[in-house]
Design a protein around this ligand. Structure first.
Ligand code: ACM
Ligand code: ZN
Length: 764
């Protein structure tokens, strides 16, 4: 009787206490989730977390799990060495999992089993379980079932620049924790640059005494105004070792970068004798690319860098060591007798592909590779290290696009993809720049990060094996503190990690967005400062060439109700599914939660006579800026205020000459061409428009032409150029927009070709 009474009391108390269930559909979404029809295991205070006795890494793993669960739910789990126990969470190593980082989690009446092919795999299983938990102080139930996963790529990285701004050791550790939460396994640590040398080198003490400090810092985008405040900081070797250990416990390799032979003003300020011409250099106070670089003809430079690398590899066990190699202007070398003598000694002569100076850089980088290889390490460099010939065993980090990575993979070199177009988290994440902290420029919303495919289609299956993974980079010219670092990387890192972990065919942006509120709740619990744009209405336009319409998706991360209008009036209709626009629309939309409206999302769409027509280009855009090709010019989706996000086609040298096949004779009297202008990035307005018509696509009649003057000063804007012409009925129209063939005198690029970015072309 007594027993029965107790049972009843137990049931009663279970019902009385609110409960929340774990949800295994986390970020990144595991490959296999199989839930049992019924059954749940309750997480309880005092529950054991067993791990194989004597395995220190598994002990760490058990402690991490206990710490995470306490943080999220307040429940205290108890790590215990020894055999698996019923009703416990049991950590184990499993031989049957092929991928070294794979995990399997099983929840049933016997308890929870988290097994991994390695200790790292177990750690990833723990991270999955952690992210599945509701942030709650109520009872937590784990549904019975199995969950398993493995990463899609073996290299999953995040870079942090600690030169332009310096982040204390405690924040670097927090950054590593954020990486661990997102399943990253490489922390690329950019330790040196023009604005400060941050790595202690015992045999070259001036690197930190002098090279780690700048007298002041420019305010904003090289405004010419300075803050007047000395700035500095560096990491001692002991601190670096501490960070390496901290990361290692979280299965993250710390790959240090010493950027050479450019981006070296930190070192040149300390040891000016390593430069080509000057006897004094200052640690830079502005942003950009300096012409002052290491003198690679000087044997002392090689000796110096090798000395630095020797201490670096003593501190960092990383197999791969990053030697930078990006953005090294060759101007100083051209006139430096020492560099030129070295080129002569090496017998370097200009070839069609590479200048003497490019080969000089290649010589220098190859020397570094020899040194690293001789010390049992491998070299990786930015894609510029391909120029002048790639070092024999080197890996490439492709940042200026995918092309460097493609070329390296074809040459059978390992590649990490980190193109600006998907992976530069220093770019703006919203077009509403006035409400964002100042950023370097660009536009990289979460949705675009999500689209990233690091394996280009043009590679064969064999070549594709050299794409080892991908990484996002955080350059910090405009990011002064850890709080803002978090804002810039979250939640974009969440989008990146689905590319790093998931099979490409399983990725689904809408589904990802739906899983994010739960991760946001964890970010909140962890006190992370993340960007909240995903909570706004996220309008996604897709052009449908078959149905000749623009499809409008109005998404919210948490499926909050969205109200919209298509005619510019106050939104009042409840959004229930994809909208199809076949004419003109002025779209406004907001999400509403508990009576609170989100900021409005607005967009205009204009389907015109050129829309969705067959379009061909006389000359193709520059390879980096071809994206989806000519049809993007008539897809009714307009590029926003940055040229690198995939909507704008970029022409260099060749004019944009587009032939539109209207299908049947069609009457038109106006053409318009939308152009992005950003002369600071060598992107110029068109110098003129021409419209021609033809009935057969061979014989053309000019309908109108206009010329525009070249600019006399910097400009940054979007212009829509219109050209009216006599009403003409024709099957074909040809619209030409000229590029600047010789950049005007006021500009650094004087005499060179300017870019022309177009999106889009309309006919009315
Ligand atoms: C780079 O962004 N300069 C690698
Ligand atoms: Zn020199």
């Amino acid at each position: 009787m007594k027993k029965l009474f107790l049972l009843a009391a137990c049931c009663l108390c279970l019902h009385a206490q609110a409960q929340q269930k774990a949800d295994y559909r986390v970020v990144p979404l595991p490959e296999n989730i199989q839930l049992a029809k019924t059954g749940e295991l309750k997480l309880t205070d005092g529950m054991k977390v067993t791990y194989p006795a004597g395995n220190e890494l598994m002990k760490n793993n058990a402690e991490f799990l206990a710490e995470y669960v306490a943080e999220i739910t307040g429940l205290k789990l108890v790590p215990a060495a020894g055999a698996a126990q019923k009703g416990a969470i049991n950590l184990s190593l499993a031989k049957n999992l092929k991928n070294r980082e794979a995990y399997a989690v099983k929840v049933d009446a016997a308890g929870v089993s988290i097994s991994g092919a390695s200790e790292a795999g177990v750690f990833y299983g723990i991270q999955m379980l952690r992210k599945s938990l509701p942030v709650t102080q109520e009872a937590v139930l784990l549904p019975y079932g199995t969950v398993s996963d493995k990463p899609a790529f073996e290299y999953r990285g995040m870079m942090l620049d600690c030169s332009r701004h310096f982040f204390p050791v405690e924040f670097v550790k927090k950054y590593i924790d954020i990486l661990a939460l997102h399943g990253e396994n490489n922390f690329h640590w950019h330790l040196t640059d023009d604005q400060g040398w941050r790595f202690e080198v015992k045999r070259y003490p001036k690197l930190t005494e002098v090279g780690s400090k700048r007298a002041q810092t420019v305010i904003g985008h090289n405004t010419g105004i300075y803050d007047g405040t000395p700035y500095g900081g560096y990491y001692t070797q002991d601190q670096c070792r501490e960070i390496v250990e901290y990361a290692k416990k979280r299965y993250i390799n710390v790959m240090p970068e010493i950027d050479m032979p450019g981006h070296m003003l930190g070192a040149l300020a300390a040891y000016p004798e390593l430069g080509c011409h000057k006897d004094h250099y200052d640690v830079w106070q502005i942003w950009g690319v300096s012409d002052d670089v290491l003198c690679v003809g000087n044997p002392k430079t090689v000796e110096f860098i090798q000395g630095v690398l020797e201490e670096l590899i003593d501190v960092f066990p990383s197999e791969m060591i990053h030697v930078g190699g990006d953005e090294c202007p060759k101007t100083a070398w051209k006139t430096c007798p020492t560099c030129q003598a070295k080129a002569k000694e090496l017998g370097l002569v200009a070839t069609e592909k590479h200048t003497v100076e490019e080969q000089l850089q290649s010589y220098f980088i190859k020397e570094m590779e020899k040194f690293l290889n001789a010390h049992g390490r491998k070299m990786i460099g930015w894609d510029e290290t391909l120029e002048g010939g790639l070092a024999p065993n080197a890996s490439i980090m492709s940042w200026r696009g995918l092309e460097g990575g493609i070329e390296a993979a074809k040459q059978h070199h390992n590649v990490v993809m980190t193109p600006t177009s998907f992976c530069y988290f220093d770019y703006y994440q919203s077009t509403d720049q006035k409400n964002e902290p100042i950023a370097i420029g660009g536009f990289l919303p979460v949705s675009r990060v999500y689209e990233f495919n690091p394996v280009p289609e043009q590679l064969t299956a064999e070549e594709a094996k050299y794409i080892k993974g991908c990484q996002a980079n955080l350059w910090v010219e405009y990011i002064p503190d850890g709080n803002q670092v978090e804002y810039m990387v979250l939640p974009r890192m969440a989008a990146l990690c689905e590319t790093q972990w998931m099979d490409r065919s399983a990725k689904n942006y809408e589904d990802f967005v739906g899983r994010m509120p739960k991760l946001f709740a964890l970010y909140d619990k962890l006190g992370l400062n993340y960007a909240k744009h995903l909570l706004n209405v996220n309008g996604v336009l897709t052009s449908n060439f078959d149905e000749k319409c623009v499809e409008v998706n109005l998404l919210t991360a948490d499926k909050a109700p969205v109200y919209y209008s298509l005619d510019g009036s106050a939104p009042s209709k409840l959004y229930e599914g994809v909208l199809k626009v076949t004419d003109r629309a002025q779209i406004r939309a907001y999400a509403e939660r508990n009576g609170v409206k989100s900021p409005e999302w607005t967009e205009s769409v204009k389907v015109n006579k050129a829309s969705f027509k067959n379009i061909t280009l006389k000359d193709q855009p520059a390879p980096n800026y071809t994206y989806g090709g000519a049809k993007q010019l008539v897809d009714c989706i307009h590029g926003t205020n940055t040229f690198s996000m995939g909507a704008w086609l970029g022409f260099l040298g060749d004019d944009c000459v587009a032939t539109l096949d209207m299908g049947t004779p069609t009457e038109c009297s106006k053409a318009s061409v939308r152009v992005l202008v950003e002369t600071g990035s060598w992107v110029f307005d068109t110098n003129g428009l021409k419209v021609e018509a033809s009935d057969d696509g061979n014989n053309w009649k000019k309908l109108g032409e206009v010329f525009y003057p070249l600019p006399t000063d910097q400009e940054k804007t979007i212009r829509v150029h219109e050209l009216d012409f006599p009403k003409t009925k024709a099957r074909y129209f040809r619209v030409s927009a000229g590029t600047v063939k010789s950049i005007p005198q006021f500009h650094d690029g004087r005499g060179k070709k300017g870019y022309l970015f177009v999106d889009e072309i309309e006919l009315d």
